[in-house]
Design a protein around this ligand. Structure first.
Ligand code: NAD
Length: 283
């Protein structure tokens, strides 16, 4: 548990403070508390976000507590609880239902839980910020777990023309491809990534490259990796380190890059909106 001193930190809490947590296991890596607390302070909202590192065995108890937690507007959800919280929700957005996962849950006054997943929106918003036109875009999504599925779904929803998918777990690739084909019949979905030439986006949506992992999600000598070139946007979901080996490789080739932190930042407004906070006036 962190005992770090935070320079300038002022705990602001009253008896009426809205208590918002991000639930995960572990949680030392999470970025949301800083992002939300800075915005609460900037526009004077009496709310605080903190992390709750909850073991999988205790997640049912957490859900029961959330239903009865009167000063909690809901919670943010991260790995490994996204699927368990989706199963526990009383209502899900269409995308959360399709993906079987949530990353934000609103608690209604009667204790009902309403879930949504904004990871893909965060990625899409960040990519637009890099000037990528998503309508008609062609992208490679490397990793078909929770993050990769959310990104692929958001790109498809934004009008992508072609998605190339890869995951060492072929079952996951096939499952995501099937869901996409069913929901977006005119989208071209390829279940392999033979090359990246001419694509608008090549995103690592796997945990490869996290912390001290020096690996690339595609082997450097593979024909796919060899075909990477500007102006493809090279993106990563991993937030630690900020510049992953995949991003470093893209940058060395002269490609524009998009970090995992940009994806996180790109969805703060959407998550806050689901929880009932209006961040549109944040400077
Ligand atoms: P997950 O376990 O659901 O999925 C990871 C997938 O990556 C698995 O299907 C696995 O088989 C696949 N994989 C592993 N090695 C691979 C490789 N070499 N090539 C292709 N696929 C490979 O995990 P997740 O929830 O999708 O999270 C993945 C990463 O995304 C984590 O590091 C997580 O912290 C990060 N994440 C970031 C954000 C953000 O906002 N920046 C949001 C969600 C998740």
């Amino acid at each position: 548990m962190s005992k770090n001193l935070l320079p300038g930190w002022q705990p602001l809490s009253t008896g009426a403070t809205a208590a918002l947590c991000i639930v995960g296991h572990p949680t030392v890596q999470v970025q949301s508390p800083r992002a939300f607390n800075a915005r609460f302070a900037a526009i004077g909202i009496d709310a605080v976000m903190f992390s709750m590192d909850i073991l999988p065995a205790a997640i049912d108890a957490f859900v029961a507590m959330l239903r009865g937690w009167e000063n909690a507007p809901g919670c943010i959800v991260t790995v490994p609880h996204k699927q368990a919280l989706a199963a526990a929700c009383d209502e899900l957005s269409a995308r959360a239902r399709m993906l079987g996962a949530v990353n934000v849950v609103r608690r209604e006054a009667d204790g009902r839980l309403i879930g949504d997943i904004t990871d893909g929106l965060g990625f899409a918003n960040a990519a637009r910020g890099h000037g990528v036109v998503l309508e008609g875009c062609r992208a490679a999504v490397i990793g078909c777990g929770g993050a990769g599925s959310a990104i692929a779904h958001a790109l498809a929803e934004a009008g992508a023309a072609e998605l190339r998918l890869a995951d060492p777990d072929g079952g996951r690739t096939a499952k995501l491809a099937g869901l996409l084909r069913e929901s977006f019949p005119i989208l071209t979905v390829l279940e392999e990534i033979e090359d990246l030439a001419g694509l608008d986006i090549a995103v690592n949506a796997s945990p490869v490259g996290m912390n001290d992992d020096a690996r690339l999600p595609l082997a450097a000598e593979s024909s796919a990796a060899q075909s990477l070139a500007p102006p493809t946007l090279v993106a990563d979901v991993v937030t630690r380190p900020e510049i992953t080996p995949w991003l470093a490789a893209g940058r060395a080739l002269g490609c524009p890059i998009q970090t995992g932190a940009e994806m996180t930042g790109g969805q703060v407004k959407e998550m806050a909106g689901h929880l009932g906070f209006d961040f549109s006036k944040v400077p």
